[in-house]
Design a protein around this ligand. Structure first.
Ligand SMILES: *[C@@H]1O[C@H](CO)[C@@H](O)[C@H](O)[C@H]1NC(C)=O
Ligand SMILES: *[C@@H]1O[C@H](CO)[C@@H](O)[C@H](O)[C@H]1NC(C)=O
Ligand SMILES: *[C@@H]1O[C@H](CO)[C@@H](O)[C@H](O)[C@H]1NC(C)=O
Ligand SMILES: *[C@@H]1O[C@H](CO)[C@@H](O)[C@H](O)[C@H]1NC(C)=O
Ligand SMILES: *[C@@H]1O[C@H](CO)[C@@H](O)[C@H](O)[C@H]1NC(C)=O
Ligand SMILES: *[C@@H]1O[C@H](CO)[C@@H](O)[C@H](O)[C@H]1NC(C)=O
Ligand SMILES: *[C@@H]1O[C@H](CO)[C@@H](O)[C@H](O)[C@H]1NC(C)=O
Ligand SMILES: *[C@@H]1O[C@H](CO)[C@@H](O)[C@H](O)[C@H]1NC(C)=O
Ligand SMILES: *[C@@H]1O[C@H](CO)[C@@H](O)[C@H](O)[C@H]1NC(C)=O
Ligand SMILES: *[C@@H]1O[C@H](CO)[C@@H](O)[C@H](O)[C@H]1NC(C)=O
Ligand SMILES: *[C@@H]1O[C@H](CO)[C@@H](O)[C@H](O)[C@H]1NC(C)=O
Ligand SMILES: *[C@@H]1O[C@H](CO)[C@@H](O)[C@H](O)[C@H]1NC(C)=O
Length: 773
């Protein structure tokens, strides 16, 4: 298709914009690299255009109006991050946090490909969660839906999650933009009587949602960073969040949406409101919102914006038709680029009746689900001194094994009765925790619980399994443990959308359960299925607790992922994507604001010091640091080196417009040009196969007001005993830059940097110093 033709299409699309309102100062889309989709977008009447911007009730969680004249069918938006929800015959994938714990780019991509398979028949999927929440508060109810409180790690997973899903035809919706860091007071439409829940204690609409207040440097270096990755990966849509940004609703925030997202990041797609994130039609149209969800659906529970009101505002000139065109083009362009609407399958499910038979879209996804679960398993304690700990001997060489705890077995309810957010089953800790609850949950078609997988694993070679599958009868638990050589104790903690966690304690008497078992069994091994940190100080130093595994939230193949690692078929290679501290008070104070006031304010006073950066700055020793995880083998690191290896950006599917100070012989024009490659030789010095995640941290020159260490690279190497390989860390211009608030641009600072590599954020084995300017 020729440029001139596109130009004609482009101009004709806007020619009928009667006049441009003085109030809209944001940019208009030009399609960026989605030129074909842009060219296909057709001229519509005002009512038809408005229809595309507004939600209606339909067969999907979000359903836009149709344009029958052009056979343009409504757009189906469906949750969510671990698979389509609500729908049956879909797979339940490992949660975001679990995925990140593998630190394996190939698995990030493979999961996204499987999630994106277009025969799931959904036109846009509401995921991934790319940094909202990031995980500022350890108790945040939705942290597990996303990838990590480290912006760099989060950004890498976000980029691959968008790119590989969209390559399958599905259009992603990166969410929730931005700084959506607490559930408490997140919206004021639904009213529940308990003020400790996520909703307002005031009558409907009286209380404003929580305002996230933070400075411009923190915005760019922490919260915007993963969204920049999602945007340059080409995410077709972005969901704006419930919270306010600096006291403006984020779905009507000119600075956040028009200036940062659409101008600085050059976002060409549509901004879609979270369900209840729109508070007003006119200010949202000016503020940068392109699609209001759910519109009139759900009987107005979330308000009823856009639709007829937007039509009236366009007809009387308050909102220009050019802006309406912009909304429509932003919505249709990425879809028309990725999908042929004449042949793209329509949804086979209907959320209003989940018993309607739907297409089975599970394929052989169980393989990748099991593999992610395995590689995510993070071994955080292992004491082999007296022959205990992990891996367990072959079943034929064991006499007996106790399997203890509610989390070891299946839900007594059966998944189908969990309710479409999982809450009914999970909140009371009934059965193994494979996923958190809320819109980030989905129906697992089955769950391989740990006990089922253990029984299957030992079915030929014998050993006795002694089980006790609840957490409160400590005498009965101890009886089973005392009869067994080794005890596996399963603990969990629950988190879901709508609430923040009330504490960081394991659920349902878990700490007491471990202590009761360890009192009578000298090889007590604890498995944690958790959405984020829990405090383990009550029992972690108990001499009989020989090993601890964090298995995160593994999805439907939970037990299968676990047994491979427990018996040593696979060496554990997960690393913590967050910090586990010894006490909740070790994290920054007041990260969840819950004072019942009309205008609650969350001041992000810790600024850049999120997660490990806080612990480093305050010199607080955590229980387990960010990036930590052990193996059944050992690794030696060589000396870090660095070379200048300029490579022009070839990873930005949609280029951003971020400005930066030119340097480096004026080579290149993108923040994502690769300037240097650091490398280090890693050798497996133990006796079994294993994988190590070599990590690169940079320390900016001391003149900069920056965290002591920032992750800026990682490379997972799978190594046979005695074998070595070179870990490589490619450093982009952005990786070495800080945000200049005055100049509104990125800049590589002058002075000496330190680059350190090692096996965790506090196990740094080798470093080098150098200047880049
Ligand atoms: C808008 O969408 C609704 C719901 O799909 C449909 O009934 C109506 O005809 C559409 N309006 C126009 C003007 O196309
Ligand atoms: C819409 O679909 C109908 C039935 O397939 C077809 O007859 C009609 O030509 C189509 N209209 C447009 C504008 O494509
Ligand atoms: C929030 O407001 C403060 C005070 O006006 C300002 O310094 C800061 O840059 C704003 N934050 C963002 C993210 O725009
Ligand atoms: C335009 O229409 C809106 C919605 O009906 C109305 O609130 C507003 O007052 C109108 N403005 C003008 C200038 O007519
Ligand atoms: C679905 O994706 C495959 C590639 O994975 C592609 O060949 C096929 O055309 C897509 N189908 C639709 C309807 O987009
Ligand atoms: C490992 O176990 C031995 C024997 O019980 C004990 O003496 C030692 O303190 C333990 N080491 C650690 C690091 O817990
Ligand atoms: C547990 O106790 C038994 C019996 O005293 C002993 O043989 C075994 O080595 C102990 N195991 C551990 C891990 O302490
Ligand atoms: C689920 O767990 C709760 C709390 O432990 C308990 O009261 C309830 O009976 C359990 N339900 C089932 C079906 O086991
Ligand atoms: C922690 O929170 C859970 C869930 O709200 C609650 O059941 C439990 O009692 C709390 N534990 C402590 C020690 O406060
Ligand atoms: C460890 O387990 C043994 C049983 O194997 C028990 O006799 C001992 O008291 C336990 N130690 C502690 C500190 O509870
Ligand atoms: C955790 O910190 C709080 C507040 O500083 C303190 O009162 C409490 O004793 C600490 N708990 C532990 C187990 O150290
Ligand atoms: C947040 O910061 C503002 C401005 O500095 C201050 O007035 C307000 O009291 C702070 N709110 C809280 C809850 O700390």
């Amino acid at each position: 298709m020729g440029i001139s033709f596109l130009l004609v299409v482009f101009l004709s699309l806007f020619a009928h914009g009667n006049f441009v309102s003085g109030d809209y100062t944001g940019p208009y889309a030009n399609g960026g690299s989605w030129v074909d989709g842009f060219a296909k977008a057709k001229a519509l009447t005002i009512e038809e255009k408005v229809n595309i911007t507004t939600g209606y009730t339909g067969k999907c969680v979000g359903f836009t109006g149709e344009v029958p004249r052009l056979n343009l069918t409504a757009l189906c938006l469906q949750d969510g991050p671990v698979g389509v929800r609500p729908a049956r015959r879909v797979s339940q994938f490992p949660a975001g946090i679990t995925t990140a714990a593998t630190w394996n780019r190939d698995l990030f991509a493979a999961r996204a490909t499987a999630l994106g398979h277009n025969d799931s028949s959904t036109i846009r999927r509401l995921g991934p969660v790319t940094g909202g929440p990031l995980g500022r508060a350890p108790t945040g109810g939705r942290n597990w839906e996303g990838f990590s409180p480290d912006s760099y790690l989060n950004g890498v997973v976000s980029y691959l999650s968008v790119k590989h899903a969209q390559e399958q035809g599905v259009v992603t919706c990166a969410k929730h933009y931005m700084a959506y860091e607490q559930e408490t007071f997140r919206n004021a439409y639904a009213v529940l009587s308990d003020p400790s829940e996520g909703f307002s204690p005031f009558p409907p609409l009286e209380q404003s949602p929580i305002s996230s207040n933070f400075d411009d440097k923190t915005a760019h270096e922490v919260y915007l960073w993963p969204f920049a990755e999602a945007v340059r990966a080409g995410s077709g849509t972005i969901m704006c969040s419930y919270n306010e940004l600096n006291q403006t609703h984020s779905c009507a925030d000119n600075h956040g949406l028009n200036e940062m997202l659409k101008t600085e990041l050059g976002f060409q797609g549509a901004v879609i409101s979270d369900w209840g994130g729109t508070w007003d039609t006119e200010s949202s149209a000016f503020g940068g919102l392109d699609v209001s969800m759910p519109g009139s659906a759900y009987d107005g529970l979330f308000g009823n914006f856009y639709g007829d009101e937007l039509t009236a505002l366009v007809k009387n000139g308050t909102v220009s038709e050019a802006r309406l065109d912009d909304m429509v083009l932003r919505t249709l362009t990425p879809i028309l680029h990725h999908q042929d609407l004449d042949t793209y399958p329509q949804p086979s499910f209907d959320v209003r009746d989940l018993t309607i038979p739907t297409n089975n879209v599970r394929r052989d996804h169980y393989k990748i689900i099991r593999k992610i679960g395995e590689e995510a398993i993070t071994l955080v304690k292992n004491n082999r001194t007296l022959g205990g700990g992990l891996p367990l001997p072959a079943p034929s060489r064991m006499g007996s094994l106790a399997v203890i705890g509610e989390d070891a077995s299946a839900s007594p309810y059966g998944a189908t009765s969990c309710g479409d957010t999982g809450t009914a089953c999970l909140i009371e800790n009934n059965g193994t925790m494979s996923c958190g609850g809320g819109s980030g949950w989905n129906y697992p078609p089955y769950t391989i619980d740990p006990l089922a997988a253990i029984n299957a694993y030992v079915r030929i070679d014998g050993l006795d399994i002694n089980q006790h599958l609840e957490n409160w009868d400590l005498v009965a638990a101890a009886t089973q443990a005392s009869r067994s050589e080794t005890a596996l104790v399963f603990l969990n903690a629950y988190a879901q959308e709508g609430f923040d966690r009330h504490n960081l304690t394991s659920y349902s008497n878990g700490d007491e359960l471990v202590k009761a078992v360890a009192a009578v069994n000298n090889n007590t091994i604890v498995v944690l299925h958790i959405p984020g940190p829990v405090i383990v100080e009550d029992w972690i130093d108990h001499v009989n607790v020989t090993a601890v595994i964090i298995a995160h939230l593994p999805g439907q193949e939970s037990g299968n992922s676990l047994v491979s690692v427990v018996w040593g078929d696979v060496s554990p290679s997960g690393k913590l994507p967050y910090t586990v501290a010894k006490n909740e008070s070790d994290w920054p104070p007041n990260t969840i604001i819950s004072d019942p006031v009309l205008h609650p304010q969350a001041n992000f006073t810790e600024k850049l010091l999120v997660d490990y950066k806080w612990f480093d700055a305050k010199n607080i020793t955590p229980r387990w640091e960010f990036g930590f995880g052990m193996s059944y083998t050992t690794f030696k690191f060589g000396n870090l080196s660095i070379a200048s290896t300029f490579k022009a950006d070839n990873t930005s599917i949609q280029p951003t417009a971020e400005s930066f100070v030119r340097s480096h012989a004026d080579q290149g024009s993108s923040m994502y040009d690769i300037l240097y490659t650091a490398s280090v030789e890693v050798t497996n010095t133990g006796s079994v196969h294993g994988a190590e995640v070599a990590q690169l941290y940079i320390s900016f020159p001391q003149s900069e007001d920056e965290p002591l260490y920032l992750l800026r690279g990682f490379d997972k190497l799978d190594l046979a005993p005695g074998k070595g390989q070179t870990a490589k860390f490619e450093l982009t211009r952005k990786d070495l830059s800080v945000w200049d608030v005055v100049g509104q641009r990125w800049e590589i600072p002058q002075g000496t940097f330190t680059l350190s590599t090692g096996a965790s954020s506090r196990d740094l084995r080798s470093d080098i110093k150098r200047k880049f300017i």
